[in-house]
Design a protein around this ligand. Structure first.
Ligand SMILES: O=P(O)(O)OC[C@H]1O[C@@H](O)[C@H](O)[C@@H](O)[C@@H]1O
Length: 295
């Protein structure tokens, strides 16, 4: 069994990287296993690791869930809203470099609203006045652009509603049965409306969202502070808590906070990048972590 996968990690223990299953094409020295044999070993090791995580998840004191992309498919809604807003913004400036999905994953995903705007603009060398959170969506400021995107997001939320991922709800049910405390830690100021629309609002003892972070002046992901605040509110030490995240900034926050286990959920960011950013293990869906398996 892979070290570190079978329960809360002890202090100072490094997390093993998920080895890439792609053979590198390098020559193997005589007497060493072939690349094909190595690839099989790697996938067996990874399967054992997943089993170890699944069977020991209930031994942790708390699980801290990110929301968008982890519990609900709303990361996609955020992503599309950002894309529409930034594409339109760049076109109006006559900027010919398109806003891409990669820009979302690298600069915006998982971060608080205005941090995402600032981060993307900096990547393009664009400077805008900060403005204020009260700015109208038409304002050509960091806050104005963030609010413009939020207008798009709120419109979709209202018309389409939200349905939680079935696998995530199954895991939530299992953890509740196992008396593991659960919290939501989201950068979004829309976390409560999204949870309400998904019928999950009353399932969490603690919710640390974008509004709570602003009130308490907590720096957003990739800083660990919002996750640490949730663990503190639950009265659980960080090494007895698990972080579940789909964003690179979110797994980095879990790693920086010294949490017992960081689970990456690959909804498009890429398993290798999630591992590089700090995930101990990556799944495609949280249903994979339910004891009786995905369905
Ligand atoms: O809804 P808000 O407050 O604009 O939140 C912003 C962010 O909230 C996060 O939960 C999403 O994962 C981000 O990608 C998004 O940009």
């Amino acid at each position: 069994m892979t070290k570190g996968a079978g329960g809360p990690r002890s202090a100072g223990e490094t997390h093993p990287k998920r080895p890439t299953s792609q053979p590198s094409g390098r020559q193997i020295a005589p007497g060493r296993p072939s690349l094909a044999v190595r690839a099989v070993e790697i996938s067996i090791g990874w399967a054992l690791r997943l089993t170890a995580v699944t069977t020991t998840l209930g031994t942790y004191a708390a699980v801290l869930f990110d929301l968008d992309g982890v519990l609900t498919p709303t990361a996609e809604v955020h992503m599309r809203a950002w894309e529409r807003m930034f594409s339109d913004f760049l076109a109006r400036r006559g900027d010919t470099r398109p806003y891409t999905e990669q820009d979302y994953y690298d600069y915006v995903d998982g971060k608080p609203r205005y941090d995402g705007v600032r981060s993307f603009l900096a990547s393009r060398g664009i400077e805008l006045p900060e403005g204020s959170p009260d700015d109208q969506p038409e304002a050509e400021t960091v806050c104005g652009l963030g609010n413009r995107k939020n207008r798009e997001f709120s419109g979709v939320l209202e018309t389409d509603g939200v349905r939680a991922f079935a696998g995530s709800v199954r895991l939530l049910d299992q953890l509740t049965d196992q008396k593991v405390a659960v919290a939501v830690v989201s950068s979004s100021r829309n976390a409560r409306p999204v949870l309400r629309a998904a019928g999950l609002l009353d399932r969490f003892e603690v919710i640390v969202d974008g509004n709570v972070a602003t009130e308490r002046e907590l720096p957003g992901k990739p800083a660990p502070d919002t996750f640490v605040a949730a663990a503190e509110e639950l009265g659980v030490p960080v090494d007895r808590a698990v972080v579940m995240e789909d964003a690179l900034s979110g797994v980095a926050a879990g790693r920086a906070g010294g949490f017992g286990l960081v689970v990456g959920v690959d909804r498009g960011a890429g398993a290798d990048k999630l591992i590089e950013s700090g995930a101990d293990i990556v799944v495609a869906d949280l249903g994979e972590l339910v004891t009786d398996g995905p369905s």
